[in-house]
Design a protein around this ligand. Structure first.
Ligand SMILES: Cc1cc2nc3c(=O)[nH]c(=O)nc-3n(C[C@H](O)[C@H](O)[C@H](O)COP(=O)(O)OP(=O)(O)OC[C@H]3O[C@@H](n4cnc5c(N)ncnc54)[C@H](O)[C@@H]3O)c2cc1C
Length: 290
């Protein structure tokens, strides 16, 4: 991986830098100015305006509240409340909008049962036809996230999983998820991982991405290609009919519009809230390109 990309990824999980940016108002505003293209808003109301704009352009949306790694009960109560308000608001949007959650944001590190209880409540609030989309996190959380997803699916919850192509365990996870009928959103993977658990970023991950996309498609539970990589995407769309594309808000928006005009369903990941800094650093890393 290019040194700048690696450095920016590492800064995404540097709490000192994050606190320093938020501590000085003009610095925070400057950083938010850079983040704005990737962020649906700092409040739910702003985010809903963004969601409606996307829906008006023929795009589906996954709405997510920024955050991860919540490990105290008081903070978790606030997060759950935020997600409840988001879930309740989806019913007022006339479009194909999913709610997305990051499991460690909803208490996964406090206990899988705690997280599952909150997720089940949110599933119960979703409007008809909407799914709960589950983000993928660092590999140390992957086993618990896959188990949570399978348990929710077994209980009949409309969930969609995210699988990271770079993780060496992903072919086995795809087998288990697809066997349970869980649709899979395939991403390259946004975390720095040791070589023992992950393929290096670049050609090796891209090749696994192709293999996994074919594996998911053949299993028939539903494939979403979540990538901005035009070569990968176009090659796969040609051979894997019925596939949806997912993209991040603010990245290659022209591509999203072109895909919709060509008749491909496109879903945009639209995150909102105050904790946008880590997300900005990851997107700046990826904007460096190959
Ligand atoms: C809908 C969606 C959901 C995701 N959810 C998760 C998740 O739950 N867990 C997880 O680990 N990862 C997630 N990711 C991130 C993913 O793992 C990658 O880190 C990210 O998408 C970059 O990889 P890429 O496939 O776009 O390919 P890359 O090879 O990184 O990029 C392809 C091309 O797109 C351009 N590009 C990429 N990003 C940007 C940018 N920010 N600004 C400008 N140009 C850019 C690059 O210049 C490059 O030329 C998600 C991605 C998407 C699209």
């Amino acid at each position: 991986m290019a040194p700048l990309r690696r450095a920016l990824y590492a800064l995404a999980t540097n709490p000192q830098l994050e606190s320093a940016v938020h501590a000085v108002a003009p610095v925070e505003e400057l950083a938010y100015h850079a983040a704005r293209r990737y962020v649906a808003g700092r409040t739910l109301d702003e985010a809903l305006t963004t969601v409606r704009r996307l829906v008006d352009h023929g795009l589906a949306v996954s709405l997510d509240l920024f955050g991860e790694g919540v490990d105290d009960e008081a903070a978790l109560a606030d997060v759950v409340d935020g997600y409840r308000r988001a879930a309740a608001a989806l019913g007022d949007v006339d479009g194909d909008v999913y709610l997305e959650i990051v499991p460690s944001h909803l208490g996964l590190d406090l206990g899988a049962d705690i997280c599952r209880r909150h997720v089940e409540e949110l599933v119960g609030m979703l409007p008809a036809g909407a799914r709960l989309e589950i983000s993928a996190e660092e590999s140390r959380r992957t086993p618990r996230i896959v188990d949570l997803t399978l348990a929710l699916a077994a209980a009949g919850a409309p969930v969609q999983a995210t699988v990271q192509a770079n993780l060496r365990r992903s072919p086995a996870d795809v087998d288990r998820l697809a066997a349970s009928g869980v649709p899979i959103r395939l991403v390259k993977g946004a975390y720095l991982e040791p070589a023992s658990v992950a393929h290096p970023w670049g050609e090796e991950t891209d090749l696994v991405y192709v293999r996994l996309a074919r594996q998911v498609h053949a299993a028939g539970s539903g494939l979403v290609l979540a990538t901005h990589d035009r070569v990968l995407r176009e090659a796969l769309l040609e051979t894997l009919p019925g596939t949806t594309v997912a993209m991040l808000l603010g990245v290659r928006e022209d591509d999203a519009r072109t895909l919709v005009a060509r008749g491909h369903p496109v879903r945009i990941y639209a995150p909102y809230g105050d904790s946008w800094f880590r997300y900005l650093m990851r997107r700046l890393a990826e904007a460096q390109g190959a």
